[in-house]
Write a protein that binds this ligand. Structure first.
Ligand code: KE4
Length: 425
């Protein structure tokens, strides 16, 4: 047995499912998960010394590629001053000022430790600000694992095939209403059925947890209008799209401004960081300036802030970074579409900016139901072949492929050649 097998056997005796997050267990592809030992640039290296061209990128944070020297140097410098103080620091102020200067809809921001915590806090704030209780989410969207969001969620919940989660009392989800992604009528119907009761609509501006699902033209704009009409807040969950699609995220990319935004992943540069932000009049309600309580021992951790600041600063100051990255990704996905067409198999391919997904279905994929028509057995076989060729894709049909600044044209061509070979077998 290889080291990954050994480690997985050991892990399963003392960690639920042998992993600290379900999607890492390779459950839906029926394989032993690769235990990764190190990562650099476009590559990850497993415990058996195998090298893989990586398209997970830690599920989004590694937009610059792994072990970016500027980020590592910032962390190495920061740890010399201690790891955590539980006190205010200049770096947190600089981080908040940077995010507010980049994202127009964010006038104030609070740092937390994960995307889940950012969403949980933003929902509480929306309810505190509006005095209302109902939240509208979309089937197939994943917003982390706070109780109220574990309703018809995507990502690992969808991968595990569990409709929701055990252990979540009805009381925690009875105010969570679910609509259909890209279907404004389904949102309007919920608003009409719950007049003046909806605190917020929370949406992934590009769905990335049922595979990548793009917003139909007018969908995000329609949500903005419906929220304004009904006095509800619009929350963009930009944990994946934030600083990914553009420097100012999906809201900049699509030109639609939410009332609150949640962030994660990229803003931590690989360290555990989340954040939520929005207009001053809303954010001022967060303790200690307001009555909505939220706290965290390691929120704004100085080392995590150093990593996040280094990454965000590099993203902000590198000329043409997003146009180059998005053009490279668009060329790749366009070539991938041609390769799949030449293979003569039913497929759907969705992509925006540097994230995308291949679905093995003849149905266009625009929401949870159409995503579920994908042939997950085919995906399992495709994943296993690509992994055998040294290409590390998401071990689930219902995740995204992340392209980073470090992926070269040659490496992307390698993937296309591999896909061709897979279908020629
Ligand atoms: P975290 O709590 O995992 O930092 O963030 C939760 C979250 C919130 N919102 C969106 C849109 C997200 O995609 C996520 C988490 N993304 C998954 C990948 N689909 C994390 C990977 C995992 O669960 O291991």
């Amino acid at each position: 047995m290889g080291r990954s097998e050994d480690l997985f056997e050991r892990a399963r005796t003392c960690i639920p499912g042998g992993v600290n997050s379900p999607v890492r267990a390779f459950g839906s592809v029926g394989m032993t998960p690769r235990f990764i030992q190190r990562a650099e640039g476009s590559y990850v290296y497993d415990a058996d010394g195998n090298k893989y061209l990586d398209f997970i990128g830690s599920w989004g944070p590694m937009i610059l590629g792994h072990s970016n020297p500027v980020v590592l140097e910032a962390v190495e410098k920061a740890i010399r001053d201690g790891l955590s103080y539980g006190a205010a620091t200049e770096r947190e102020v600089t981080m908040a000022e940077l995010i507010c200067s980049i994202v127009p809809s964010v006038e104030m921001v609070r740092m937390v430790n994960s995307g889940t915590e950012a969403v949980m806090s933003a929902l509480r704030l929306a309810r505190g600000y509006t005095g209302r209780t109902k939240i509208i989410k979309f089937t197939g969207c994943y917003h982390g694992h706070c109780d109220a969001m574990l309703v018809k969620a995507g990502s690992g919940v969808m991968t595990q095939g569990i409709p929701d989660s055990a252990g979540v009392p009805k009381g925690c989800t009875e105010d969570t209403l679910t609509a259909v992604y890209n279907n404004l009528e389904s949102v309007e119907a919920l608003m009409d059925a719950n007049p003046r009761a909806v605190a917020a609509v929370i949406v992934e501006p590009v769905g990335a947890n049922m595979g990548v699902v793009n917003p139909a033209p007018g969908f995000l704009e329609g949500l903005r209008t419906l929220c304004d009409k009904n006095g509800a807040l619009l929350i963009f969950d930009e944990v994946i799209t934030g600083f990914r699609l553009a420097l100012d995220g999906a809201q900049g990319y699509f030109g639609v401004q939410p009332d609150l935004t949640t962030f994660g992943k990229i803003i931590g540069g690989g360290m555990p960081v989340g954040a939520y932000g929005g207009r001053k009049e809303i954010m001022s309600m967060v303790a200690p300036s307001g009555a909505v309580y939220q706290a965290g021992t390691l929120s704004g951790n100085p080392v995590a802030m150093a990593a996040g600041l280094a990454q965000l600063t590099a993203l902000k100051d590198t000329p043409n970074l997003y146009s180059d990255l998005n053009d490279k990704a668009n060329r790749f996905f366009t070539s991938l579409e041609i390769t799949l067409k030449n293979a003569g198999i039913p497929f759907a391919l969705n992509h925006t900016g540097s994230i995308g997904s291949v679905f093995f279905t003849g149905t266009p994929v625009g929401d949870y139901a159409s995503s579920k028509t994908s042939d997950t057995e085919r995906y399992r076989d495709y994943f296993a072949y690509m992994l055998s060729q040294g290409i590390y894709l998401a071990p689930s049909q219902f995740e995204a492929m992340f392209i980073s600044c470090s992926h070269t044209e040659e490496e992307l061509q390698l993937v296309l050649d591999c896909v061709s070979r897979y279908f020629q077998r």
